[in-house]
Ligand binder design. Structure first.
Ligand SMILES: [Fe+2]
Length: 448
């Protein structure tokens, strides 16, 4: 039986195994040609069940409802092919089924079980890291790293990816020293590792090391030519550093040429990818709070929000869609958006429950914000505590906290504004007075 790069058995021939390793390396490395690598794998080994499973996983990575049938079709192709395969390969199919059905926690539980028996399974490890992140489970991301790292050989190329995940997981747990060391070790092995570059950028963001952050990204960016959309998110991080320094022209330039470049091949191929939409919406919202004229940039986002009404696959993106509709004054579309979300939330999956309990109230708040800030605060207040369950990093969640803070201030609800500042101050190493998004509110409320 053939083996993968980590010595795990694969039910295919050696050529299929090599093509598998190439596709996995593309996935771990955020390479833009990963879909082409998958196509080559399927052509090389059309009867390799796990390869079809991988196709299903890849269809789900973009959190797009239109791709759910592709994921289900891939699982249907994999099922008979995996009949005589290893238990590990069959378990991947069960995880794909669960994830496709809206039960991401069950998919993670299956990947964790795979890793208990096969800690070297890079795919199970990386998918668990990804999905745990989008479920807001920083502690589980860290536990997963700790569970497998002693079983990984530093000689494996994928070990760089493990270090990158260690960096980000520890960073999201507030363990910045360990995080930065792991991220820098990964970059020393591979300066083009985007996830490691990203994890260190988060450390620098959380610690307020803005000059270092800009230098870090500018130094590494030339190595990202073959990278996928994650490189947009790195430019968003660069813009976050510039925003903190009040360099709004630089932020807008990065918006147009770095992370929301509508002419780039990556954006044209996926014009409404969740991470790109989050980058764009959250930055326009932040710029608006600083009184910057962003021109007509909201309109294309609102158009895409309208086209995605009813698609609730990415819970954390939903408030961003709502913010785009609100900023463009599209009240009728906003009402349709909420109705469709409510219909989705009536389902029985864990994703439906998350939308019902957390995403929907925040979307309602975002749409109420321009005309009734007090009602917006009232809608959002019960969901504040569970907001991290939508996924997204501390740096990304911030924009929702700023939405609540703005509405509280505009409605004259000083207790709510103070509550928000206390939450933010308790979780972030920098005091609100040292952060652009909170400094004015902190001053006006006499808050540290
Ligand atoms: Fe980030």
């Amino acid at each position: 039986m053939a083996q993968d790069a980590h010595g795990l058995p694969l039910t295919t021939d050696p050529a299929g195994a090599r093509a598998w390793d190439h596709a996995i390396a593309g996935y771990l490395g955020y390479r833009a040609d990963t879909a082409a690598r998958l196509a080559a794998l399927l052509e090389t080994a059309p009867d390799f069940g796990l390869a079809h499973c991988l196709a299903g996983y890849f269809a789900l990575l973009g959190f797009h409802a239109a791709l759910l049938p592709a994921a289900a079709a891939a699982a249907a192709r994999a099922r008979p092919l995996l009949a005589g395969a290893t238990a590990r390969e069959q378990a991947h199919l069960a995880a794909l089924d669960a994830w496709t059905a809206g039960d991401a926690p069950r998919a993670v539980a299956i990947w964790d079980a795979i890793l208990t028996d096969h800690p070297a399974d890079a795919l199970a490890f990386r998918l668990a890291h990804f999905v745990n992140f989008w479920l807001g489970r920083a502690g589980r991301m860290r536990a997963s790293v700790l569970a497998v790292e002693s079983r990984w050989d530093p000689a494996w190329p994928a070990y760089t990816s493990l270090l990158a995940c260690r960096c980000f997981a520890f960073e999201e747990c507030g363990l910045y020293l360990e995080a930065e060391a792991a991220g820098r070790a990964a970059i020393a092995r591979d300066p083009g590792d985007l996830w490691a570059a990203h994890g260190v950028a988060h450390v620098l963001e959380m610690q307020g090391r803005r000059a270092e952050g800009i230098g870090w990204i500018e130094r590494l960016a030339p190595g990202w030519a073959a990278a996928n959309n994650l490189r947009h998110h790195l430019y968003w991080h660069a813009a976050m550093f510039h925003l903190e320094r009040g360099e709004h022209d630089r932020v807008l330039a990065l918006y147009d040429t770095g992370f929301r470049d509508l002419t780039s091949p990556l954006t044209r191929a996926q014009p409404d990818l969740y991470i790109d939409v989050q980058n764009a919406v959250s930055m326009l919202y932040r710029l608006g709070r600083h009184g910057v004229d962003v021109g007509d940039r909201w309109d294309e986002l609102a158009d895409k929000a309208t086209a995605r009404i009813g698609d609730a696959q990415s819970a954390f993106t939903l408030p961003h869609w709502a913010m785009a509709l609100a900023a463009s004054g599209r009240q009728a579309e906003g009402a349709r958006f909420l109705d469709a979300l409510a219909a989705f939330a009536a389902g029985e999956t864990p994703l439906a429950a998350l939308v019902r309990d957390v995403a929907l109230p925040i979307c309602r708040a975002a749409l109420l914000a321009p005309r009734d800030p007090a009602a917006s605060v009232a809608a959002m207040r019960p969901a504040l505590g569970d907001m991290p369950n939508l996924g997204g990093s501390h740096a990304q969640q911030d924009v929702l906290e700023q939405l609540f803070l703005d509405c509280a201030l505009r409605a004259g609800l000083a207790d709510d504004a103070r509550l928000l500042l206390e939450r933010v101050a308790g979780r972030h190493p920098l005091p609100p007075a040292r952060r652009a998004g909170y400094a004015a509110a902190a001053r006006s409320l006499g808050f540290g």
